[in-house]
Design a binder for this molecule. Structure first.
Ligand code: NAD
Length: 289
């Protein structure tokens, strides 16, 4: 396929390289980055013009909307705009509508798996959009990732991503605060892990990504909380979940509480570059308010 790839940052560049390695013809564009091994066009329109599929991997919904307005008129009739950024549901749905009006198809397919997943081609894609467009881009999901789930209409990929990450933020906080309560009750962390990881309190946060150093499988806690998944990115996703909850009138008190705690952690404590599991030492250093 001829692929335009817009947004060649931490995630986009390795994803584009995997497509090139698989034999696709990729033309990239980024306003700031110029990564090795990815041929780039002089303008965003030029990257989009001859493409069967244009992939965007951008920081937020406003930038996605602006880029979509630039590329849709340049894209070939019937081609697909595949957005893999994490953005708000409303932007994803508006961009899909704009694509349809321009005679294009759109798929929103945010990812989980981080920079490691992007580099190793093991991302998970959560996709929204019409079934035919999903079929068209599926071979690309197979190269860049290990799994793609079609979640329904436009915006549903973003919906799935923020619901998943809202659960993740809440369970990570619950796991961290439970470790600190266990500490203060004199319960050994290893014993706590052994019980919870095989009892009804188990979760991905405890079992696969334990926030306590030296306990459970290797995780960022064993590397001084270097990310992994940075707390700033968790805050971004929790903000998106609360924007969506407000727009849809969904009552999400735990999601809101998690958002507020990560906002403090990132914006007041300056811990945005640490892994999101560094909530454990944060709670450990505090007393009850
Ligand atoms: P990044 O900031 O490293 O990359 C974004 C790139 O977009 C930058 O190179 C920037 O120069 C470029 N860009 C900005 N405006 C542009 C424009 N108008 N035209 C062309 N290029 C433009 O971010 P990232 O870590 O690669 O993340 C990209 C997306 O993936 C985000 O939506 C993020 O939330 C999501 N995501 C990131 C991770 C992660 O671990 N980094 C994990 C899952 C999802």
């Amino acid at each position: 396929m001829n692929i335009g790839f817009i947004g060649l940052g931490n995630m986009g560049a390795p994803m584009a390289r995997n497509l090139i390695a698989a034999g696709h013809h990729v033309t990239g564009f980024d306003t700031a980055a110029n990564p090795d091994g990815i041929p780039c066009a002089a303008s965003v329109q030029e990257a989009a013009r001859d493409a069967d599929v244009v992939i965007t991997m951008l920081p937020n919904g406003d930038i996605l909307r602006a880029v979509a307005a630039d590329i849709h008129p340049a894209m070939r009739n019937g081609s697909v705009h595949l957005d893999c950024s994490t953005v708000d549901v409303a932007s994803a749905r508006d961009v899909a509508q704009a694509a349809e009006t321009a005679g294009l198809s759109a798929v929103d397919a945010p990812v989980s798996g981080g920079i490691g997943g992007a580099t190793n081609g093991t991302l998970t894609f959560m996709a929204g959009g019409d079934a035919r467009a999903f079929e068209t881009v599926s071979p690309l999901f197979d190269i860049m990732g290990q799994k793609a789930v079609h979640c329904g209409d436009a915006g549903n990929g973003q919906a799935a991503k923020i619901c998943n990450n809202m659960i993740l933020g809440v369970t990570m906080i619950a796991t961290c605060e439970a470790f600190v309560l266990a500490d203060k009750l004199g319960l050994d962390r290893q014993a706590m892990f052994d019980v919870v990881s095989t009892s009804s309190g188990y979760s991905w946060s405890m079992n696969a990504y334990c926030p306590a150093p030296g306990i459970g499988p290797q995780s960022p806690a064993d590397n001084d909380y270097q990310p992994g998944f940075a707390a700033a990115l968790m805050l971004k996703d929790l903000n998106l979940s609360q924007m969506a909850a407000q727009a849809a009138d969904a009552d999400t008190p735990m999601g809101q509480a998690a958002r507020d705690l990560y906002a403090q952690f990132v914006e007041e404590d300056g811990m945005g570059d640490k892994d999101f599991s560094a909530m454990l030492p944060r709670f450990a250093a505090r007393s009850r308010p």
